[in-house]
Design a protein around this ligand. Structure first.
Ligand code: DGT
Ligand code: CA
Ligand code: CA
Ligand code: ZN
Length: 645
């Protein structure tokens, strides 16, 4: 079969566009949202659709097995894989001014609003939107108040400069720094970052900060807002209200340093990012934190669940459902639950769902408490569900991996290749972090730029590692290699040499633009190699830099399970490869996972938390993470084959 290019990203974008254009044209909104859902499914798939067997009609049954893919959409996917186009997309494009699609990508502008701007205001692109804002005629359009126009204006200005999403490793120290500085104002009863940052997503669009202030203390709210607008590095105040402000940073270095205490960082990381602060009453803290943590899709599923229980959920609380127009909080209705997230989940018959799991990927079903389904759709429903008689039937993901579980680093470089630390310095740094094992895995001979070791140098290096190991107590130093997986799947050293190592991490570094099928074959070959323990950064992607390969992770995970190989989550925030959905595919397949910092310098150990967050987003448990095992279990696993171990 001929190799095909990866299709998921382009296909998902096309389906999204179809959904959006249908909405713009006022076509059936159910059909429109079916396309949007299908796009989401495809974007989240752990494998590329181009790797499925079959063409045309023989491909269709496989597509229909996927969630959110019905017969009509399956036809369009078959069409796209076959021809690279979707005819319906072309048809819709003829009827939709292209500038409208660009408007849709502006945050805060949904299809309904854009349709009205177009139909009632003659807007066809950014320029014509800007014009009716400037001459004020936008205010005459239906549903356009001064407030919503302000929002659109701010969004337009924001998107005028092309923004890429910020790396998690740049955003998390910022979020922490902001919370620390605002805590000093002593005005908030509760403070947290929320949004995608709290969910530990690999990239962050904007940073959402939430604060609770006790009722009737407007002075405190004002003080908090002032502290927020005065944060170090602020370049612009985009909005300044009593309960919500938005700022933009010109430099993020100082805040990030306050956040994680690391000096000498690149100050351009995070410059330009928008930060929102919302202040909510302390009594509705839990409901607000839940709402503003998202994801939007998780919130939608929660609200649907509430509705089925005769309840209504918003950012002020969980309330009994009634037929009134005015929202319950405005009528002084007491919420069933609101103060903490735990209470709200419990009242919905759910155990507490960790933020990293809130992506509408089956977590709600998984965290259901016993008796929740039996609850009658009455006002008292939530109370009953909150104290289930049978105790929890499922408790989510027991043993979900945590930072403190990690006791070994199994991928690290020394001065022998491109690292900054000597073997002993590396071992001391690992020991200081409470690890029982550190693996020295310098680059192999095909990576001369990275100082890859020739066969002779590796042999000497193995001896040096064993000598260092004899010199230091309280930690085991393993002699290993990060051996290149060559483009055809062969490894960069022969088996005789690999067998002398305690641990073998096999990683792809070159030919990362291979088509999915070739990449899958290449990686499978490495996984099936009897001397390999860990498949390092399997796709070789670099976030915001290069997409890397799109192998069939499901197939690789199945082979990894069969051969007892661990797939690596590379904790560096620019890699996070495996990514969250790939980790989920691995955990679903039941294969082992490693979380490694790929240490080149001491501070790289600090990246561990990004790897752990990614592991949690993939439902990884400590039992399946080799870095969380005791020294004995780890040794046993390493020795299981021909390796020295
Ligand atoms: P980002 O900023 O693109 O990385 O992603 P998020 O998830 O932080 O999204 P953002 O900043 O637009 O909104 C923060 C949270 O607020 C989001 O996760 C859920 C909630 N939220 C925002 N807009 C809506 C909405 O229209 N409906 C619902 N249900 N929730 C929303
Ligand atoms: Ca956000
Ligand atoms: Ca936001
Ligand atoms: Zn590498």
């Amino acid at each position: 079969m001929t190799a095909r290019q990866p299709v998921n990203p382009d296909l998902a974008r096309l389906l999204d566009d179809i959904g959006a254009m249908m909405e713009l044209l006022g076509e059936d909104s159910f059909r429109a949202s079916a396309h949007t859902r299908a796009a989401r499914t495809i974007r989240d798939l752990p494998f590329d659709l181009s790797t499925l067997d079959g063409e045309g009609d023989s491909l269709k049954p496989r597509l229909l097995e996927l969630e959110n893919i019905g017969p009509k959409i399956a036809d369009k996917i078959v069409e796209f894989i076959g021809t690279g186009k979707i005819e319906e997309h072309d048809r819709l494009c003829k009827d939709c001014p292209p500038g409208l699609m660009e408007l849709l990508r502006i945050p805060g502008l949904g299809p309904k609003t854009v349709r009205s701007l177009w139909q009632d205001g003659g807007v066809v692109n950014r320029a014509s939107l800007q014009k009716i804002i400037d001459d004020g005629s936008i205010l005459k359009l239906p549903r356009m108040g001064a407030k919503s126009v302000e929002k659109i204006k701010a969004s337009l200005a924001f998107t005028a400069t092309e923004q890429v999403r910020l790396w998690l490793g740049a955003a998390l120290p910022l979020g922490e720094g902001i919370v620390k500085v605002l805590e000093k104002a002593r005005a908030a009863a509760r403070l947290s970052y929320a949004g995608s940052l709290r969910r530990g997503k690999e990239t962050i669009g904007d940073i959402d900060i939430l604060a609770a202030v006790e009722k009737d203390s407007p002075a405190r709210a004002a003080a908090l807002m002032e502290a927020f607008r005065g944060l170090p590095g602020v370049s612009e105040v985009l909005a300044a209200g009593e309960t919500k402000s938005s700022i933009r940073l010109k430099s993020a270095g100082e805040l990030a340093r306050i956040g994680d205490g690391r000096k000498g960082r690149d100050v351009s990381l995070g410059a330009g990012i928008q930060i929102d602060l919302r202040i909510v009453p302390a009594a509705s803290w839990g409901a607000a934190l839940l709402y503003f943590t998202g994801s939007k899709e998780h919130n939608v599923e929660l609200r649907e669940r509430a509705q089925k229980m005769g309840l209504t959920l918003n950012e002020y609380g969980l309330f009994p459902e009634d037929d009134e127009e005015t929202p319950p909080q405005a009528r002084g209705i007491r919420p069933v639950a609101a103060a903490t997230e735990e209470e709200v989940y419990a009242a919905l018959g759910l155990a507490y769902i960790p933020p990293e799991l809130r992506e509408a990927r089956g977590e709600i079903e998984r965290f259901e408490l016993a008796g929740a389904e039996a609850v009658p759709a009455k006002k008292k429903a939530a109370k009953k569900a909150a104290t289930p008689t049978g105790g929890p039937r499922r408790i989510g993901v027991p043993g979900l991996i945590e930072l403190a579980d990690i006791k070994a680093e199994l991928h690290a470089h020394t001065t022998a290749s491109d690292g900054e630390l000597s073997i002993l310095e590396l071992a001391k740094a690992a020991k200081a972090r409470g690890f029982h094992t550190i693996a020295v895995t310098d680059h192999s001979k095909s990576s001369p730029i990275a100082g890859g070791l020739t066969v002779e140098r590796l042999k000497a290096h193995i001896r040096a590692v064993h000598e260092a190991d004899a010199q230091i107590d309280g930690i085991t130093i393993l002699a290993g290699s990060e051996v290149d997986i060559l483009a055809d799947g062969h490894l960069d050293y022969d088996d005789e040499l690999l067998a002398q190592l305690d641990i073998v991490v096999a990683s792809p570094h070159t030919a990362t633009t291979q088509d999915p099928e070739t990449a899958t074959k290449r990686l499978l070959k490495a996984v099936r190699h009897p001397l390999v323990h860990i498949l390092g950064h399997p796709t070789a992607r670099l976030i915001n830099r290069r997409p890397g390969m799109s192998p069939d992770i499901g197939e690789i995970a199945a082979a990894a399970k069969e051969h007892g190989v661990a797939l690596e989550i590379n904790a560096h925030w620019m890699r996070l490869d495996l990514r969250d959905q790939h980790v989920r595919a691995a955990t679903d397949a039941g294969c082992l996972v490693a979380i490694n910092c790929d240490v080149h310098a001491e501070e790289d150990f600090d990246n561990l938390r990004y790897g752990v967050l990614t592991g949690r987003r993939g439902w990884l448990t400590k039992e399946m993470c080799v870095n969380a095992w005791g020294a004995g279990d780890l040794r046993k696993w390493l020795k299981r084959r021909g390796n020295r171990g």
